[in-house]
Design a protein around this ligand. Structure first.
Ligand SMILES: O=C(O)c1cc(=O)[nH]c(=O)n1[C@@H]1O[C@H](COP(=O)(O)O)[C@@H](O)[C@H]1O
Length: 247
């Protein structure tokens, strides 16, 4: 990096500010997901479908959302031998989703980039899960003292070098990741908690405004919206907070 390069860069902001909020449909059935999307109405433009819904009819529902003009993030966190990842991504790329996650292992990222060739699908590499902190890494066999931030740094550098489209990290690491990946790659941060909401199993968290200020392009929020008494109001409040924090 040239010394003249500013440390804080942001990639091109989403044209519609609502697209910066990705709402996680962590729900057990398509019926419940459809009801949530209906309640959220035009406050939600971008939805994430993860394990729970994907394995309960979520792929068909993804097609339905895309046909209605919503954007879809398929959060499948793929990780397997290279050939399986490449062919899997090739199949998924036909669905018309905007984002797909893979774990940020070099073989996996390389295969995913090959598999999406020729499609508009963007691959996001999940660096270190937001529910992990140092002890969880040690429990998983990483060297004692390895911090989440150290591992995020290494994986963000590898993702950049392999041509990955975007990085998933916790919001406290967004600024450091932006310095690594520059403005051409997206930064997507889950583990977002509006002031006063429950952290649950998330460990590396920030508020929507702080995540945006540190350089996140998109925030992923599930429980604070879908479990709210008024999911539409909860989504609107986060979009307002994003808007207020956007320079
Ligand atoms: O890839 C993700 O989206 C993801 C990565 C990560 O490190 N942490 C994380 O929480 N997520 C997902 O983001 C969502 C966060 O949900 P809430 O904690 O309910 O807002 C869940 O659907 C997670 O699967």
């Amino acid at each position: 990096m040239s010394s003249a390069m500013p440390l804080r860069m942001e990639s091109a902001p989403a044209r519609d500010i609502r697209d910066r909020l990705i709402i996680g449909l962590d729900l057990p059935s398509v019926e419940e997901a459809r009801a949530a999307v209906d309640r959220i109405g035009d406050a939600g433009t971008f939805y994430k479908i993860g394990y729970q819904l994907a394995y309960a009819g979520g792929f068909e529902f993804a097609r339905e959302l895309i046909a209605e003009g919503k954007k879809v993030f398929l959060d499948l966190k793929l990780h397997d031998i290279g050939n399986t990842v490449e062919e899997g991504v090739r199949s998924i790329a036909r669905l018309g989703a905007t984002f797909l996650t893979v774990h940020a292992y070099p073989q996996t990222m390389r295969a995913a980039v090959a598999g999406k060739a020729g499609s508009s699908l963007k691959i996001l590499a999940v660096t270190v899960l937001t529910s992990y902190e140092e002890q969880d890494l040690a429990d998983a066999g990483y060297a004692p003292g390895m911090t989440a931030a150290d591992l995020v740094t290494r994986r963000a550098e590898q993702a950049r070098d392999l041509g990955i489209d975007g990085i998933v990290c916790a919001s406290p690491e967004a600024e450091r990741v932006r310095a690594i990946v520059g403005s051409d790659r997206l930064i997507v941060t889950p583990g977002i908690r509006p002031a006063g909401s429950e952290a649950g199993d998330q460990k590396r968290i920030l508020t929507p405004a702080d995540a945006i200020r540190l350089g996140a392009d998109h925030l992923v929020v599930a429980r604070p919206i879908i479990k709210a008494a008024d999911p539409r109001a909860a989504a609107e409040a986060i979009v307002r907070e994003i808007s207020g924090a956007t320079r």
